[in-house]
Design a protein around this ligand. Structure first.
Ligand code: SF4
Length: 315
């Protein structure tokens, strides 16, 4: 068995030989974030996938993210080290059920969160991420009625912020849905000076106690600029790796889940990706993301629409 140092050296060699780029989400483990060419949230990763000179994109993240990269760069080979790296939120919205939902709510503009399958994106008018969901909805004419899918918590957050007429698909992320309010209160009792920072996929009681609500990258920027020294972090704890890289002297406290038998709030799908799997994937150039041409065309339109608006708004 080769050790981690050898694997990392071999990944770097293969990446150069094959003109490959490694894109990693903030929820990946620290060792993977450290070896990646680019680390970001869903919006930044989509932007990077659409604009790079590599022949191969290896995606250290989950399947819907790798699919988005393939849709935006269909001429490139897109690899995902473990095809089981799914997403409970994306899985909560199946295309057959979503078609029925659209039929039951006719005439509405369909805004889908990037955490969906390529099929759902192909049924949508525009895609959004948690970094731009409010701005994307506000970019639509005021009289437009909207369907928002699949995250009910983000949908409610956007509805409250924009006041638009929105019907919301009833989906959730098993990580962001499970944070313990009691756990936050206990941490706050121990560290009264701590600021509570929360992802908008969290439930309302968690959002109500937040000092700041934002996407993963907004939470990172917040801790970078804010003058507090302690943060209670209600999102997947992988982001704490970057927070510590930027401000190592600060304290970051991950919020525990309600289920006391499980001590942490890590995304089990994200954590399926390992350094060893990245090495094997790059070496063998599989598993590879394959999508129908028609899906690539139809899912590409709403994603590009989002990217154009984000670019105009400087997001
Ligand atoms: S954290 Fe939630 S939304 Fe993100 S990939 Fe995991 S299951 Fe999906």
């Amino acid at each position: 068995m080769i050790d981690n140092i050898d694997i990392i050296r071999d990944i770097k060699r293969l990446r150069k030989e094959k003109n490959a780029i490694i894109l990693a989400h903030y929820y990946q483990t620290g060792d993977i974030q450290d070896i990646a060419d680019f680390v970001g949230d869903s919006l930044a990763l989509s932007q990077k996938a659409a604009s790079n000179n590599a022949d191969i994109i290896l995606f250290a993240g989950v399947k819907f993210m790798a699919e988005t990269a393939k849709i935006l760069a269909p001429e490139k080979k897109v690899l995902l080290p473990d095809m089981n790296a799914g997403c409970s939120l994306a899985d909560s919205c199946k295309a057959e059920d979503f078609k029925k939902f659209i039929d039951e709510n006719p005439g509405r503009t369909i805004v889908s969160y990037v955490n969906t399958s390529a099929e759902i994106k192909a049924l949508s008018d525009i895609v959004c991420t948690s970094s731009n969901a409010i701005q994307i909805v506000e970019s639509l004419p005021v009289n437009k009625k909207i369907i928002f899918a699949p995250d009910r918590n983000l949908g409610n957050y956007v509805l409250n912020k924009t006041g638009r007429d929105i019907v919301i698909w009833n989906g959730t992320c098993h990580v962001h849905e499970a944070f313990s309010l009691e756990g936050i209160i206990k941490l706050k009792e121990k560290y009264p000076e701590a600021k509570i920072i929360v992802h908008p996929e969290c439930e309302l009681p968690i959002r109500l106690v937040a000092d700041f609500i934002g996407s993963t990258s907004s939470l990172l920027s917040f801790t970078k600029k804010d003058d507090s020294n302690v943060y209670i972090v209600a999102t997947e704890p992988g982001i704490i790796h970057q927070m510590k890289n930027i401000n190592p002297e600060k304290i970051y406290l991950p919020v525990p889940p309600r289920d006391s038998t499980c001590g942490c709030s890590e995304c089990s799908f994200m954590k399926l990706i390992t350094i060893e799997k990245i090495y094997n994937c790059l070496k063998n150039e599989r598993p590879e993301i394959k999508l129908d041409k028609e899906i690539i065309i139809n899912a590409g339109k709403p994603i590009r629409r989002m990217m154009e608006i984000s670019e105009k708004l400087g997001l």
